[in-house]
Design a protein. Sequence first.
Length: 293
Amino acid sequence: MMVSMTGFGAGRAASRAGVAEVEVRSVNSRYLDIRVNLPRELAGLEGTIRERVKERVTRGQVTVQVAVSPARKAEAYVLDENVLARAAAQLRRAARVADVSGEITMDTLLRIPGVIRSEEPILHAPALGALVCAALERALNRLLAARRREGVVLTRDLMRRARRVGREFERVARVAPRVVARVKRRLAQRIDEMAKECGVETDRARLAIECGLAADRVDITEELTRARSHLEQLEAALRGEESAGRRIDFLLQELFREATTAGNKANCAEIANHVVTIKEELEKMREQAQNIE
């Protein structure tokens, strides 16, 4: 099955340690290029993430974005008793120095910065690392599913275009014998005319040799045979179970080459029109093939 190199997948995993969210994006690339964006505290996970991506993906530029949220304790706020005691002592000392009377109330103490503070979540790297790995697996599963779905669409389009290219080559094959016959006829006619102008008999043996040479110059049988072979290999690659993006690209280049050679050798307007159509389809196929893994 053909697999596209373009796709997106997201995964989430949660436990008492917190929450991990992973997004994986991939676009086409000649080779496998993995880019990992991690929180600084989990930088040690990069190697593990790269290995897990390599196990599932063979080509494409893959970007892994990781976000983690450590869990908070049940008590969101805590009383700092040391700050409270120091604040109370300082207020009493200030009252004595200023020679003023008055009670120190709890309301006054609780308003002092630092007496009540929110408790920061604690990041437990090993526990969150396990969550990241679980979220990554879910994200990769969704990424690969998306790549497979797009691969199915690409395969259908490429098969449709390959068949059209095949039909155009067969039309060229039907015209090709007429081109050879026309070249031989015109050459024979021209030689006969020149012989009459010179008042000599036409050398039939020599005429046959010259006609054969002229026919060879416009004969595109070999190009058509190779094109049919390339098309058979292309359809086999598209139906195959394994991705073959590089092979498909190579076969499309070879088909383009055969079409160009056939058009140049035949030097026929009707064949040239078919060659233009073939090249247009091959260019569109090469654009699509760039996304195949």
